[in-house]
Ligand binder design. Sequence first.
Ligand code: SAH
Length: 355
Amino acid sequence: MSLKNFFDFNFQTLKQFLSTDLKIEEKKTSMRAKQLWQAVYKKGLEELNHLTTLPVELRDELISKITLKKPKIADTQTSEDGTIKWLIELLDGNKVECVFIPEKTRGTLCISSQVGCTLNCRFCHTGTQRLVKNLDFSEIVNQVMIAKEQLDDWKEQKIITNIVLMGMGEPFYNYDNVKTAVEILKDKDGLNYGPKKITVSTAGIADKIPLAAKEIGTYLALSLHAPTDELRELIMPINKKFKIKDLIEQCKYYAETVNEKITLEYVMLRGVNDSKECANQLTKIMAQFPCKVNLIEFNPWPGVNYLPTEREDMESFSKIIQDAGYISTIRRSRGQDILGACGQLRTESERKKLN
Ligand code: SAH
């Protein structure tokens, strides 16, 4: 019989497996599943051999049927500012990137949901790569596991305090896997990230937003980037399918359901979406549902045709929004020297092939 990979189970299917394949008696399956689950996700167990709290026969049987094999790190780059980017080679050979951003009071891990992307946002480096595949939930969760292993983050006081699905890919075009991955991230017996410690960022797949409000329930970030359909369509082709009016409706529902503000992401492109008029139009959108805006410094990449907005222009844009009574923050760019900043993720393997 071929080995099953532990990370392909959620808690429910792990219990089933223990009872059907390992013939553990009904009343003990929950307890054993919990023991395993906690050892792996809470303590970072890397080898079943080391699970000395299990009876020897059970441990041997587990070893003969389950593996804890994980994707491996193909490359690590550390930025001058402490940001770390890992290139992870999945078990099928595909590569995906995730980034750790340390700050004074928290540590954020930015993870990917797809290899490549279908959206083609004009300013995004990942958008120049075709979609290779949707990540399985295990591949999403394992980015967190690998980062925790690298940082030795298994103590009560977490090093990775926040997780954002803002890496490669569109989370809502891989909805089911993202949903299961978030369930595993949230599990109190495991990784134990509260729903307010996780942010899912979407380019605005409007029909998935209400479902996510009920089933995922984390913070939601919407990549708006333009205040009118006309302009948004130019920089984000997805806007041809999902219009701003619909996004507003769905975000309103999400904010009400989760009882939290939506974060609007707004990447500032010089001379494109950074005018005073744009700022004023943006405040009209912000009036319609609980939200705040995060102005993102544009991170250029080789071959792109946009320039970042000057700092002082970002500040005056931000002030217009604040004067209208809304929260506006400017996101500092991190890890730019290692192409680890927002929208710059694009696997080395693909780039090498192109050259
Ligand atoms: N598909 C999802 C998540 C991935 S992108 C989404 O669109 O939200 C994460 C964020 O980085 C998005 O807001 C995206 O628009 C932004 N981004 C992409 N390229 C960027 C760049 N070059 N500079 C700054 N931000 C960028």
